[in-house]
Design a protein around this ligand. Structure first.
Ligand SMILES: Nc1nc2c(c(=O)[nH]1)N[C@H]1C(S)=C(S)[C@@H](COP(=O)(O)O)O[C@H]1N2
Ligand SMILES: [Mo]
Length: 364
């Protein structure tokens, strides 16, 4: 009943095992709330087998009253909350960086993102129920039921942590539903974290344990994998001390229609896409018909409810026949915009790719 085939439409598959796939961009842009069928999947290991009825999430570490909660316990003991939030992979748009130099990781187009309504209980409520220490300098570590094999530890469970200061944000959820329906298996059933604004890696699926501790998680995904490295570093010269832990996602925007190489008719062309400013508002989106020489302000179609969803925009361009390089850049409420070139922020792991998104089209 949780089979992939039943819940997913045709996606662009980067890897079948573990399953990593993203939707075509026109379909991604078709809905403000991304249907589960069109939502990207990023998994580091095989889908775990979980007995949904008996599975518990433990809450321990620096707490007075450790807990072991089933899905039923979580649903009956706490008031549910629904939050609209984007989930976005730190590797979203990596393919653009790979045009500069090779990187590690899958060549994600701009589809490793989706906007959903997540229902669950605030993590903060569960921490309070466990009598957790809540000092902002502490960390909340999570372990999952899947094995995320890596060079250091072939059998290690997936693990990450978030700072307590983020964990106490009431929009950080232990979630059981996505768009009003129980989480599907591939999205983390029965329970997953949703940490709005942070890279997807910090939102563990198949949640098994919550631990309040003094240090960040020592698990591979937290301590060694999702680090932003300087531009002169390569895999074989990696110095983790010079890497920065990835948490919040940068300002970003992408053109979803027309898609690269798609035939467009000369004259009026509608360009559509998304923009995301994490916890700030997107204040403006500009589209260039000629690689950034001239810019036209786009129309904001739909801002999300709350702070965590994306913004959809469109603009009508008048394109003469011939080849054109379209580009988009968003602006946020702090007056910041995106770097022009993927080379500006290139890193060997291809994370946080957020330069102007450029799409070549031929008008005929
Ligand atoms: N347990 C577990 N949680 C995980 C992952 C994983 O492999 N295992 N992948 C993470 C990454 S890198 C991302 S981008 C998001 C993707 O969530 P989705 O597959 O539901 O879209 O889940 C995160 N949570
Ligand atoms: Mo990710």
């Amino acid at each position: 009943m949780f089979g992939l085939a039943s819940s997913k439409s045709d996606l662009i598959v980067h890897s079948a095992d573990p399953f990593n796939a993203e939707p075509p961009l026109d379909r991604l842009r078709a809905n403000f709330i991304t249907p589960v069928a069109d939502f990207y999947i990023r998994s580091h290991g095989a889908l775990p087998t979980i007995d949904m009825a008996t599975h518990t999430v433990t809450v321990g570490g620096l707490v007075d009253a450790p807990l072991a909660l089933t899905l039923g316990d979580i649903q009956s003991r706490f008031a549910p909350k629904t939050v609209m939030a984007v989930m976005q992979c730190a590797g979203n748009r990596r393919a653009d960086m790979q045009k500069v130099h090779p990187t590690t990781g899958d060549p994600w187009a701009p589809g490793a993102i989706g906007n959903a309504e997540w229902t669950g209980v605030p993590l903060a409520e569960v921490l309070r129920a466990a009598g957790a220490r809540l000092h902002p300098h502490l960390h909340v570590a999570f372990e999952s039921a899947d094995v995320a094999a890596n060079e250091d530890a072939p059998d290690a469970p997936y693990g990450v942590s978030i700072p307590m200061s983020k964990a106490l944000c009431e929009d950080v959820l232990i979630a059981w539903a996505m768009n009003g329906a129980p989480l599907t298996r591939e999205h983390g059933a029965p329970l997953r974290m949703v940490v709005p604004g942070f890279a997807g890696v910090r939102s563990p699926k198949w949640l098994k344990s919550v631990t309040v501790q003094a240090e960040p998680s020592a698990a591979f995904q937290q301590a060694h994998d999702y680090l932003l490295f300087p531009p002169d570093m390569r895999k074989d010269t990696k110095d983790e001390a010079r890497g920065v832990t990835i948490t919040s996602m940068p300002l970003n925007a992408a053109i979803c229609e027309p898609q690269a190489g798609a035939p467009v008719s000369s004259g009026t062309t509608i360009v559509r896409g998304y923009a995301i400013a994490t916890d700030r508002a997107v204040t403006r989106v500009d589209v260039s018909p000629n690689g950034g020489r001239d810019w036209v302000q786009a129309t904001i179609e739909h801002h999300g409810a709350g702070r965590w969803s994306w913004t959809l925009w469109h603009v009508t361009l008048d394109l003469p026949g011939g080849e054109h390089e379209l580009a988009v850049r968003a602006w946020d409420a702090a007056g910041q915009t995106q770097p022009a070139q993927a080379s500006d922020t290139w890193n060997f792991k291809g994370y946080l790719s957020a330069a102007w998104h450029r799409v070549r089209v031929t008008a005929a």
